[in-house]
Design a protein around this ligand. Sequence first.
Ligand SMILES: [Zn+2]
Ligand SMILES: [Zn+2]
Length: 371
Amino acid sequence: MRVLSAVFHRPGDPLSVEDIELDAPRTGELLVRIEAVGLCRTDWHVMQGERQVAMSPMVLGHEGAGVVEALGPGVDGIAVGDHVVLAFIPGCGSCRWCRQGRAHLCALGPRITQGTQVDGSCRRRDASGREVGAFCMIGAFAQRTVVHQASVVVIDRDLPLDLASLVACGVPAGIGAARHRARVKPGDSVLVVGVGGDGINVVQGAKLAGATTIIAADVVARKLEWARAFGATHTVDSGSADLVVAVHAVTDGVGVDHAFVCIDPPATLLPAFRATAKAGNVVVTALTPTGHTSLPVPPLELVTSQKAIMGSVYGFASPRVQIPELIALYRRGAIRLAELVTRRYPLAAINEGYADLIAGRNLRGVVLPFA
Ligand SMILES: [Zn+2]
Ligand SMILES: [Zn+2]
């Protein structure tokens, strides 16, 4: 079937919106009609050549939500008509990590930049017959996709799918970093550096976990206003103020219990580290372009301060557990989803959506492929 898709060809070029030939689902796979897909900086890193993928052309997009339209052989527990969120790290169910209930660490994870399906082959071809990959084994910047059941989380049918797309990536990544990685406790103090798609959700995750001091830092004034609305108690314009001085002023010179680096780690890790209290946690959620091979950590201070520096992907918990849990928290009014969406775009305007993201105009842009 021919499917309108936004395709990555080479670094630096905008995505090309074109018809791609999509094969029928094979064993363990299903066809999903994509109703909504979020615009995330991770795909932008690929478009800029800052994160290498193993093949091109490739359909990008990893924050998809939609409706199951057809099943291949051997699909278990998923039916046509089910509403689904696509998990950008598949859970094979059988590796040591999946058996521990930690599908965010699944052995298939390192393969998400390869472009191939779980079985190693491709389901997409362009007009010239060339094989086309799917980013994160998903390729959600398209009207339809074929994914393995390992990438699928079934959700309730009454949740609007544009909101469901948010719980595919940024919401679990941010809220989970606070709850599951740093394990923020009631009364803790938190610093969030960069309050975009991930950082704003760290703010609401810290609030959910009972943090009483939540400091948001960003260079975009509008993002600091949004952070206040999501629970930040203090804001720092990190373009003009010295972050470490500002955090120490709020925390009686102690620093925060947990600092989250949600943008540009090469530039922000050191101030975040120095703004963290002794024995505190520094959690890095932002991706660093592959050209950078180290981060500035003062080795003597690392030991004497007894701080922990840790990475966090997908909120450090299985998407199969987190996604239903986050939807339940949304229904209870404990977290916000609708307010995360700044603007919706048709697929043809996807590059405009990325321009808005990079200019700091969006908290989250969502593409509606059938709009
Ligand atoms: Zn994402
Ligand atoms: Zn696995």
